[in-house]
Design a protein around this ligand. Structure first.
Ligand code: NDP
Length: 313
């Protein structure tokens, strides 16, 4: 059997990154996690890095601001996965990856790079609205740099992180489901796709040594998790044994409210708009030159929406 690639995770202390570290170790990869000197005395992050070490990961020191330190780290491994921040209400550092691309290019040994994507496919969002389009535009800038440098890649389009979307019954600004009421976006009938963040990590790690995913986009579309907001609400209602009081927010109202928010909020709301009013995640067929994760890896028992939502009971 072929040797499993050695993996470097950048952004391993993040919301998705820590799951990528766990999945990489679980799938038997020698796993390196970048320890950025800049995190200084952030005790939570240092403790998390130490817990990765206890689980068998190697901590390697380097900085996105120090090219040679990055090149040295990249030379140790075969695959780089970056999960740097890209949600404006938390932090958005997508373009910092250009420094990582430079280091990977110089090191010359990397067999696969998975940049920080894990959401809506930015290549399909050329008509996205301001200001949220910045997320897709920046991710496309990184893609161009990867492809110009000739670095082998896989782009993971993970659709909706379950924690954000299911937790809030698809309502922006909520991450815990109400037992009383819900606001449906439009008629609540646009389909979206929800994926447990741990499953996103599991599928992502599966792709790295798979020749079928080389230089391709991999969409994660667990078939049972392609549901409208109404269907998500119905699942929650079944779990709590009670119907929620429903109100509706029209497209015009949503856009008007959006314009009154600050920049970071507007970016997030733009994304909800494209997902929940336009159905941008599920309104296309996966064409040639791309793959779907649950078809490639039927052995993964993914978490269904109903299973995920039981955690809120
Ligand atoms: P986080 O906000 O949790 O941050 C991830 C990492 O970014 C941190 O561990 C941190 O590393 C690193 N980071 C932050 N600032 C800097 C900096 N200045 N220099 C270097 N590293 C930095 O990220 P998420 O897990 O929320 O997001 C990861 C990806 O997932 C993004 O591409 C995002 O767009 C996407 N996403 C998709 C969602 C969806 O629903 N589809 C929802 C949420 C995110 P360190 O510890 O070293 O500081």
């Amino acid at each position: 059997m072929a040797m499993k690639s050695k993996v470097l995770i950048v952004g391993g202390t993040g919301y998705l990154g820590k799951r990528l570290v766990k999945a990489s170790l679980a799938q038997g990869h020698e796993t390196y996690v970048l320890h950025r000197e800049e995190i200084g005395v952030d005790i939570e992050k240092v403790q998390m890095l130490l817990s990765f070490k206890q689980q068998g990961a190697h901590l390697v020191t380097g900085s996105l601001n120090d090219h040679q330190s990055l090149v040295k780290v990249v030379k140790l491994i075969d695959v780089v996965i970056c999960a740097i921040s890209g949600v404006h209400i938390r932090s958005h550092q997508i373009l910092l990856q250009l420094k990582l691309v430079d280091a990977i290019k110089e090191a010359g040994n990397v067999k696969r790079f998975l940049p920080s994507e894990f959401g809506t496919d930015p290549a399909r969002m050329e008509n996205a609205m301001e200001p949220g389009r910045v997320t897709f535009d920046d991710k496309m800038v990184v893609r161009s740099a990867i492809e110009e440098a000739g670095i082998p890649f896989t782009y993971i389009s993970a659709n909706c992180f379950a924690g954000y979307f299911l937790g809030g019954l698809c309502q922006p600004g909520f991450i815990l489901p109400s037992r009383e009421q819900v606001r449906l976006l439009g008629d609540g009938n646009q389909k979206a796709i929800y994926v447990d963040e741990d499953d996103i990590a599991t599928y992502s790690i599966k792709t790295i040594d798979d020749p079928r995913t080389l230089n391709k986009t991999v969409y994660i579309r667990p078939p049972q998790n392609i549901l409208s907001q109404r269907e998500v609400v119905q699942i929650w209602e079944k779990l709590i044994g009670k119907e929620l009081l429903k109100s509706f927010i029209s497209e015009q109202e949503f856009l008007a409210i959006m314009k009154e928010q600050d920049y970071a909020e507007q970016v997030g709301l733009t994304h909800y708009y494209h997902v929940c009013y336009e159905g941008c995640l599920a309104n296309f067929e996966i064409g040639d030159g791309a793959e779907e994760a649950s078809k490639l890896y039927p052995e993964v028992k993914y978490t269904t929406v109903e299973e995920y939502m039981t955690r809120y009971l």
